[in-house]
Design a protein around this ligand. Structure first.
Ligand code: NAP
Ligand code: MG
Length: 400
């Protein structure tokens, strides 16, 4: 079997612990034997980030920006315990945050659906893709404690001149207050990312807000999405038989439970934070959740598994024990990155390889070969295989 030649590179970002073990197996067993590609590799393991004062994270993000396709292994975001464990020079920020800021992208979290594996919400038989606007709102808010008889005001200045001063509340007892903001540029980029992603995945798009209450703040999100849809995307959506709609957040939550999936849900920052965990749990396993960071124009993509470095399994691995860690989300990170490379380069063989890799995984799982996390969801009679056995089964499928 001759290897598929790929003209342009992919940025390969290595990470930590058990996820790193999976990463190496995917590359050596599922990618390198079949694909002739220049992988530009960045080692973002915590030790290496510390060695390079985290500059390597910025370099990796810029390399993705330049080459348009990146695939990332899970990495440790250090807390104080990890600073001690790894004897770090300082407590580094999340690499995902750094990369997201440089690519200015939106994160889309999408579950992999497998018929044989029961879901907590059983009628979700197509993916619900959550897009979170990861900028502003409560995450950039300022809060105050207030006292009885105090007045809370919102003051807006332009070039040091007060333009608006609004009394928010005159307190009769001690209390609390807060203010937050967003930018139209950021909301517009978010909208572009969502429209482009929905087109690519062929899913209708819903934006949820509470614009009945926040008639300036949330209404602005709605207006920006509406305007962009009418101007640039409506016709293209209609050609694909998909559509865009704004819905109130409460209505959207009810629809989520009623519908069977198959849509992209554009969420404001806090809603996306909460809903991505709710939806992930409803579909069942972290080992089946993928995550894609996409630039507004849809051209730059960074893919990864949504789970972390699976420390508990790594401890077992370090002790020389076999683990049963689910590599499917990491394999899908690779297949989606390869597919994006294939689409940009018009490389049909690569696109076919990527589609096949995904269907082999689904096929193997539906035949009942699965890791422990999934077997537990199927019930006590379901057998499970080790990480190594799972890889061997996939490799034999590719080769046959
Ligand atoms: P985690 O690595 O996702 O693992 C949480 C638990 O979920 C595991 O202990 C395991 O449960 C189960 N699990 C997750 N992925 C699995 C898989 N592929 N196969 C089987 N079971 C799986 O989250 P965490 O323990 O909170 O975080 C560990 C480290 O990962 C932290 O240092 C954190 O900073 C980092 N992290 C990185 C990213 C990222 O890079 N994107 C995201 C999240 C967390 P059992 O132990 O019950 O088997
Ligand atoms: Mg959260």
């Amino acid at each position: 079997m001759s290897k598929i030649f790929v003209k342009n590179p992919i940025i390969d970002i290595d990470g930590d612990e058990m996820a790193r073990v999976l990463w190496s197996k995917i590359k050596t067993e599922l990618i390198s034997p079949f694909i002739d590609i220049n992988l530009i590799s960045y080692d973002l393991s915590l030790k290496n980030r510390d060695r390079f004062d985290d500059k390597i994270t910025i370099e990796a993000a810029n390399a993705i920006k330049k080459n348009k396709v990146g695939v990332k292994c899970a990495t440790i975001t250090p807390d104080y315990k990890r600073v001690k464990e790894f004897n770090l020079k300082r407590k580094y920020p999340s690499p995902n945050g750094t990369i997201r800021n440089i690519l200015n992208g939106t994160i889309f979290r999408e579950p992999i659906i497998i018929d044989k594996i029961p879901k907590i919400v059983n009628h979700w038989n197509q993916p619900v893709v959550i897009a979170r606007h990861a900028f502003g709102d409560i995450y950039r808010s300022k809060e105050v404690f207030t006292k009885k008889n105090g007045k809370l005001k919102l003051v807006y200045e332009e070039q040091n001149k007060v333009k608006e001063e609004i009394e928010i509340h005159h307190f009769n007892s001690d209390g609390i207050g807060l203010a937050y903001f967003n930018n139209f540029d950021s909301i517009r980029d978010f909208a572009y990312s969502c429209f482009n992603f929905s087109m690519k995945r062929n899913f209708s798009l819903f934006l949820s807000t509470k614009n009945t209450i926040l008639q300036k703040y949330d209404e602005s999100f709605k207006e920006i999405f509406d305007e962009l849809y009418l101007k640039e995307f409506k016709e293209k959506f209609e050609q694909k038989n998909i559509f865009y709609q704004h819905r109130l957040i409460d209505d959207m939550v009810a629809c989520l439970m009623k519908w069977s999936g198959g849509f992209v849900w554009a969420c404001k920052n806090y809603d996306g934070d909460v809903m991505s965990d709710l939806v992930a749990q409803g579909f069942g396993s972290l080992g089946l959740m993928t995550s894609v960071l996409q630039s507004p124009d849809g051209k730059t993509l960074k893919t990864e598994a949504a789970h972390g470095t699976v420390t508990s399994h790594f401890r077992q691995h370090q002790n020389g024990k076999e683990t049963s860690t689910n590599p499917v989300a990491s394999i899908f990170a690779w297949s989606r990155a390869l597919k994006h490379r294939g689409t940009l380069d018009s490389n049909n063989d690569l696109i076919r390889f990527s589609d096949n890799l995904e269907s082999y995984c689904l096929g193997v799982l539906n035949q009942g070969y699965m890791t422990k996390d999934l077997a537990l969801m199927c019930g006590p009679s379901q057998k499970w295989v080790t990480t190594n056995e799972f890889f061997n089964i996939i490799v034999s499928k590719i080769k046959n």
